[in-house]
Design a protein around this ligand. Structure first.
Ligand code: DP6
Length: 321
């Protein structure tokens, strides 16, 4: 084999991770639940940089100078494979990078999956999770499809709690701005951990939100899931805003989008939204309602583009040479 290609989809957190228990091991301080998004894709090719120890990472065709996110992942993996050559990693995203669409989660999950196959490691799932988390705390969730929980309480484990076809839901991503964010999640969550006066109550609320979300998912109750997801999302953004310096990912466009979503709901449609570390708004609704929701959101001056998606599957190898 000279090259292996894997893909992974980003995931959007319904119950969110914002804050680390340990920044060296990149372990989240709380559990999270996410949805894997099928139409957004990170594709990663891996090959060997023969005769050199240097890792090279090209993202959307551009060589990256900062390998801080992927070097710990490669170090962990090289330890298992006993590889002492550099790797050449070529990643492409079919969606805006670093704009709050979880490109690092899908990028890292596809890298770990490609590496595992390239070196024929047959790593167990715990090792895949360990390798992924070193690159991004949300990356293990992109290894799997459907509704996924990442539990960090005793031992870190990741599991699908509902497969994509068990509860088909539609997702609309409202791109309100496709510029790269000025403050990364990594920096932002460290600032919040050290400075937000409500950070401890944010930690306290996690257990209860996880339990409510788990039971709403088991019941396939979109209303209950939406209530806890929006509450959790607003709380995270409040933690961000009360940090010093304040972190504001929601823009006026984001807020206008949310107003329209609330008005669609007032008209009797069950749907909910979530917003991560960027200005985009992700809407979840029943497949029967997607056209109506799309009609209400398209052609709005605060929406640049709408992307439709369904619930996706986990990271997988798609090609080898
Ligand atoms: C707001 O996983 O990108 O999307 O672990 O530092 O790489 P690092 O952070 P990252 O943060 C995700 C933050 C979030 C919420 C979530 O996805 O749970």
């Amino acid at each position: 084999m000279t090259e292996v290609t894997a893909i992974a989809h980003p995931n959007f957190a319904i119950i969110k991770y914002w804050g680390k228990a340990n920044s060296k091991t990149n372990t989240p301080a709380m559990n999270s639940i996410s949805l894997t998004i099928d139409s957004l894709t990170s594709t990663t090719k891996i090959s060997i940089n023969k005769g050199s120890k240097r890792n090279i990472w090209l993202l959307n065709g551009k060589e990256q100078n900062d390998l801080g996110r992927i070097n710990p992942v490669l170090k962990y993996l090289n330890n298992i494979s006993r590889n002492n050559h550099g790797c050449i990693i070529k990643s492409e995203n079919n969606f805006p990078t670093s704009a709050g669409l979880a490109s690092s989660a899908s990028g890292i999950a596809s890298l770990v999956t490609a590496y595992n196959h390239f070196f024929e490691l047959s790593m167990n799932f715990d090792q895949l999770v360990q390798a992924s988390i070193l690159g991004s705390g949300s990356a293990p969730r992109s290894l799997l499809g459907g509704f996924v929980i990442l539990d960090v309480e005793d031992q870190i484990f990741t599991q699908t709690i509902l497969e994509p076809d068990e509860w088909p839901l539609s997702i609309i991503i409202c791109i309100t701005d496709d510029n790269e964010k000025t403050i990364s999640s990594r920096e932002g969550m460290e600032i919040s951990r050290h400075s937000s006066p409500i950070y401890l109550s944010w930690l306290d609320t996690n257990k209860k939100d996880i339990e409510i979300a788990k039971s709403a998912i088991a019941e396939k109750n979109i209303k209950r899931l939406g209530e806890v997801a929006e509450k959790n999302c607003y709380f995270m953004h409040k933690v961000m805003k009360t940090s010093s310096p304040p972190i504001k990912y929601m823009t006026d466009r984001t807020k206008n989008c949310i107003k329209e979503i609330n008005s669609i709901r007032e008209n009797g449609v069950d749907l909910f939204f979530t917003v991560d570390a960027g200005p985009q708004v992700k809407v979840v609704c029943r497949p029967d309602d997607i056209n109506l929701v799309k009609e209400r959101l398209q052609n709005k001056p605060y929406v640049l583009n709408l992307i439709e998606a369904n619930i996706g599957s986990g990271a997988r190898v798609i090609d080898e040479d």
